[in-house]
Design a protein around this ligand. Structure first.
Ligand SMILES: O=C(CO)[C@@H](O)[C@H](O)COP(=O)(O)O
Length: 475
């Protein structure tokens, strides 16, 4: 973490034109905040807190008064400020770093160490052994060779702290202001980095497309390539006596995801499915994407069972969690992700976008937001078009997020959902309910009628999606 921008600093000081000593001296003469020059340290994308391989480094606020010392100091400050955002994410997840062990080339710069200590208000412990990689290998070898029973005991014996750089409280107070300027740079420049002409890696390499969702085709011009249009069939409206057959039919008819509403008769006054139904569907349909909407109180109590059941994505309601508890929305999202599932939230029609913002920035804790256009729990309700403003707002904040509109989605409402920015259309009655009344006497013809009706409905939804998004290949 600490040495990540030395590659870039080498281009300033590593070609024999000017030494690091000179660069450090020039930077030390520049005041905290580099006189308004703010740099972004995303030279190879960013892993934490943004997880954005397309992000890039930048110098913002450059003027004619800024010299080489400003740029060098700005780069050092940006790395330290980036480290502080990593610490913020760690603190949010319940780990508060009390000190940092520093090894390697970074220990040669007093300015680098002091700036880290000051920005984060955390002591920097400098190790005696400067070659961290070699020391790490020696530790592993010592454990492998039986000299120590485990890595922690070997590290205790072999890592020696030579000195500690303490934070300066006054400098820390100044850096708090600088941090806020730094924090604003990435969101402001993010759209620029989406320009593929700026040297960004190809989308597939950027990891933006989940192959399990059938991605892979080129994105429509002007759209973010990571997003594909998906039809999500909500089985609340399916024939419960033949759930597996219903899933098979709608998948064959072109649905991309299966949406399972787990409702507990408390959060919403209806009792539907539980994790055992998800497990049965998974057994019958090993590769289907199972999107579970938890319309329940205490959603954290379902995570383990849903994981064991083979759930692909868990959507929970921020309205159902207790903020400030040990299972608040952020902790729950992290727990779902750590269990190996995609995490998402579902918003009741009256819940504002602000309820989900802390899960989107600065660290993306959820991959999907389900904007309900009906009250949770029941199919067949009327579509509330006022929720589309939330879809627009979310899409403007997160160009690459999966955004569902769920409830009352049909041929008449789908286009408006897509135009607002939804890329996942979640629909129950329209897909499964079109066959009611047309059911023939024999089961075979009933199934055939249902399949034909579902295929027609899904084709309509795919048509609406294709106006804005590329669609996964059908296979
Ligand atoms: O999440 C829900 C209800 O909680 C939805 O998934 C509905 O099941 C959608 O059904 P229709 O409105 O399409 O019938």
């Amino acid at each position: 973490m600490v040495n990540r921008s030395f590659l870039l600093c080498q281009s300033l000081g590593g070609e024999g034109l000017v030494s690091y000593k000179t660069l450090n001296e020039e930077a030390e003469a520049v005041p905290i905040g580099s006189e308004g020059l703010v740099c972004l340290d995303h030279f190879q994308g960013n892993r934490t807190p943004y997880t954005d391989p397309l992000s890039r480094g930048a110098l913002a606020g450059l003027t004619l008064k800024h010299g080489r010392g400003h740029v060098f100091r700005g780069l050092i400050e940006s790395v330290c400020l980036g480290t502080e955002l990593v610490f913020e994410a760690m603190r949010k997840a319940g780990y508060t770093p009390s000190s940092v062990a520093v090894a390697g080339g970074a220990t040669n710069s007093r300015l680098w160490l002091q700036t880290h200590a000051d920005v984060s208000n955390v002591p920097m412990k400098v190790t005696r052994e400067r070659e961290a990689c070699v020391l790490g290998s020696a530790i592993l070898a010592a454990v492998g060779g039986g000299l120590f029973p485990d890595i922690p005991s070997a590290a205790r014996a072999m890592v020696h702290v030579e000195g500690t750089v303490m934070p300066n409280p006054e400098a820390h107070a100044e850096y708090k202001r600088v941090l806020e300027r730094y924090r604003a740079v990435y969101p402001a420049l993010k759209p620029l980095f989406r320009d593929q002409g700026a040297g960004a890696p190809p989308t597939a390499a950027a990891g933006g497309v989940d192959e399990s969702r059938g991605g892979g085709a080129a994105a429509a011009e002007g759209e973010t390539a990571a997003v594909v249009g998906l039809v999500n069939a909500s089985i609340l409206a399916a024939d419960m006596a033949d759930l597996s057959g219903e899933v098979e039919r709608v998948m064959a008819a072109g649905a991309d995801w299966i949406h399972v509403d787990v409702v507990d008769n408390v959060f919403a006054k209806v009792l539907t499915f539980g994790p055992p139904v998800v497990a049965s569907l998974r057994r019958r349909h090993p590769s289907v994407f199972l999107d579970v909407h938890l319309a329940v109180e205490n959603p954290h109590e379902y995570v383990d069972a849903l994981k064991d059941a083979g759930t692909s994505q868990v959507l929970f309601h921020p309205e159902a969690v207790v903020e400030g508890s040990d299972m608040d929305a952020a902790s729950l999202a992290v727990r779902i992700s750590e269990a190996g599932m995609r995490a998402g939230v579902a918003l009741r029609p009256e819940t504002p976008v602000s309820a989900v913002l802390p899960l989107l920035e600065p660290r993306r804790l959820v991959q999907c937001v389900d904007v309900l256009a009906v009250q949770p729990g029941f199919g067949g309700q009327a579509f509330d078009s006022t929720v589309l403003a939330k879809v627009e707002e979310l899409r403007s904040i997160c160009p690459e997020l999966d955004i569902q509109v769920d409830g009352g989605v049909n041929a008449a409402t789908a286009q408006a959902c897509v135009a607002a920015g939804a890329n996942v259309l979640t629909s129950g009655s329209f897909i499964f309910g079109n066959n009611t009344g047309a059911v023939a006497a024999s089961h075979v013809s009933e199934a055939a009628a249902a399949a034909a009706a579902a295929a027609a409905a899904i084709a309509e939804l795919r048509g609406a999606l294709s106006a804005k998004w590329r669609l996964p290949a059908q296979g």
